[in-house]
Design a protein around this ligand. Structure first.
Ligand code: AMP
Length: 464
């Protein structure tokens, strides 16, 4: 049997109803805050992520799905290589064939491009911002919903293909993209969004990771603090201590935690502007009544964050308790080649985890058929199809869910089918009904049955 690859899964009905419920609610919230959808490719140049996410991050060092995409081999060069093998030059000088084949292979490899399945979507959005000169539009408020890919160790709430719902506010400095008002707006949106899908007991953890100059001072302090202890730490941390000490806070190795707990925190190194920015984010959150706790060790696992960094956690999730994370990334656009500064802030919700945290069940949000149209007797499929079409297309449209049976079913089997799918009514379409242009409509729960004229059916079924 061929199974889905490790760390991936099929989302099946009725569970997909929960996913659709979440996505519909989320789209409503984004609309209310004037965000617009962006869809970027699922794969991008590898370089985008190594530069954007950061060479030293776990994502880039261990978790990306990367391949060399060399279309060239399949075109001219490939045919030439085949030709050489099939029709060797006179005298069959194998060494010569091999030499020419390997030269062609090398040439086409060089033309090949390293591509990566996106492990996150912020880098792709910023790439699109630069490519399409979105600064010309002023402040961009964008959201996305889609799959991301990381080769992590699979467990509950952690997958290799997972789904993120995210948003980015990005624009030239003059558009106000740097303002703490945007950070607070995004956090308040998230509080609203979680409430809207029925998640109440979340915790917002907040920190400021400062600007690059603060980071230089902080990394230096970390190096000094780590010097006496680093040899006792895991191999990853020993490497991080040299290349990017801040990333030591990503370490999950239990033995390293007591050492990490003694390290200085970034808050002591923030300059005046970063302090003021952070203070204003908190002021606005206090004013609008969004609660938060400060976590001085929260640095997030991606290199691009500046100033505000945050996570929302939820107890019901256990070890993988972060439903979402995000932060500000004021220098990212420039590091990806933007000709001008484009401060921004964004978040990504783990949709898989969001769905796991919902109190709602698939059954409570799945839409059941309003009516099961049951053809009764030979030749009645045609008549039932006509009735079903009228009901499905009636005006106002799309507020009736209509299921259509099959004339080979005896009445008992149609009733069983209607019952099993939770239909409210069953509508019998038999010869007598067609002749009278009026149909037997039975309410399955109460057993009450009425005869309804064709033109009245939709209205009658809609009456709850
Ligand atoms: P990040 O892009 O690492 O900031 O992650 C943002 C959110 O995506 C996390 O808070 C998780 O909810 C979710 N997430 C990240 N990695 C995974 C994964 N492998 N499986 C499921 N959800 C994930």
């Amino acid at each position: 049997m061929i199974k889905s690859p490790r760390g991936t899964r099929d989302l099946l009905p009725p569970d997909t109803a929960l996913w659709n419920f979440v996505e519909a609610a989320v789209r409503d919230v984004f609309r209310a805050y004037n965000f617009h959808e962006i869809r970027t490719p699922i794969f991008e140049s590898t370089e985008l992520f190594s530069r954007g996410v950061g060479e030293e991050t776990d994502i880039v060092t261990k978790e990306m799905y990367t391949w060399l995409d060399h279309a060239g081999v399949h075109s001219d060069e490939f045919l030439q290589i085949c030709e050489l093998v099939v029709n060797p030059p006179p005298g069959n000088p194998y060494a010569d064939v091999q030499k020419r084949a390997s030269a062609l292979l090398a040439a086409s490899r060089m033309r090949g491009q390293s591509l990566t399945l996106r492990p996150e979507n912020t880098a792709g959005v910023v790439r699109a911002y630069i490519e399409h000169k979105l600064w010309e539009r002023g402040l961009n408020k964008l959201f996305y919903i889609g799959p991301q890919f990381r080769r992590e160790r699979p467990q509950k709430g952690r997958y290799r293909q997972f789904y993120q719902i995210g948003a980015e506010i990005i624009g030239p400095a003059a558009s106000g993209s740097q303002s703490p008002a945007r950070d607070a707006e995004l956090l308040e949106l998230l509080a609203t969004l979680l409430e809207r899908v029925g998640i109440k007991d979340w915790t917002l953890e907040l920190n400021s990771v400062g600007c690059p100059a603060d980071r230089v001072k902080f990394n230096e302090a970390l190096r000094q603090a780590l010097a006496p202890a680093v040899e006792k730490m895991c191999a990853d941390c020993q490497r991080r201590a040299v290349t990017n000490p801040l990333r030591i806070f990503d370490c999950k190795v239990p033995e390293d935690q007591p050492i990490i707990a003694t390290l200085p925190t970034i808050g002591q190194f923030l300059d005046e502007d970063c302090h003021a920015h952070y203070a204003e984010v908190k002021n606005i959150l206090n004013a609008v009544g969004v609660p938060y706790v400060e976590n001085a060790r929260l640095v997030r696992g991606l290199d691009y964050y500046t100033r505000t960094a945050f996570e929302f956690t939820h107890g019901a999730l256990g070890a993988q308790n972060a439903i979402l994370g995000g932060g500000r990334y004021d220098g990212l656009a420039e590091s990806l080649g933007s000709p001008q500064a484009a401060p921004g802030i964004g978040f990504a919700i783990g949709e898989d985890r969001l769905v796991l945290s919902l109190a709602a069940t698939a059954d409570s949000v799945a839409r059941k058929p309003d009516v099961y149209v049951a053809p009764l007797g030979v030749g009645m499929n045609r008549e039932a199809a006509r009735v079903a079409r009228e009901l499905r297309r009636h005006d106002p449209a799309a507020d009736l869910v209509v299921e259509l049976g099959d004339e080979t079913f005896r009445l008992k089997k149609s009733f069983e089918a209607a019952d099993k799918m939770g239909a409210r009514y069953i509508l019998i379409v038999g010869e007598n009904e067609v002749a009278a242009d009026a149909f037997a409509l039975k309410h399955l729960a109460s057993g009450e049955q009425v005869t309804v004229a064709r033109g009245e059916l939709a209205r009658r079924i809609l009456r709850k």
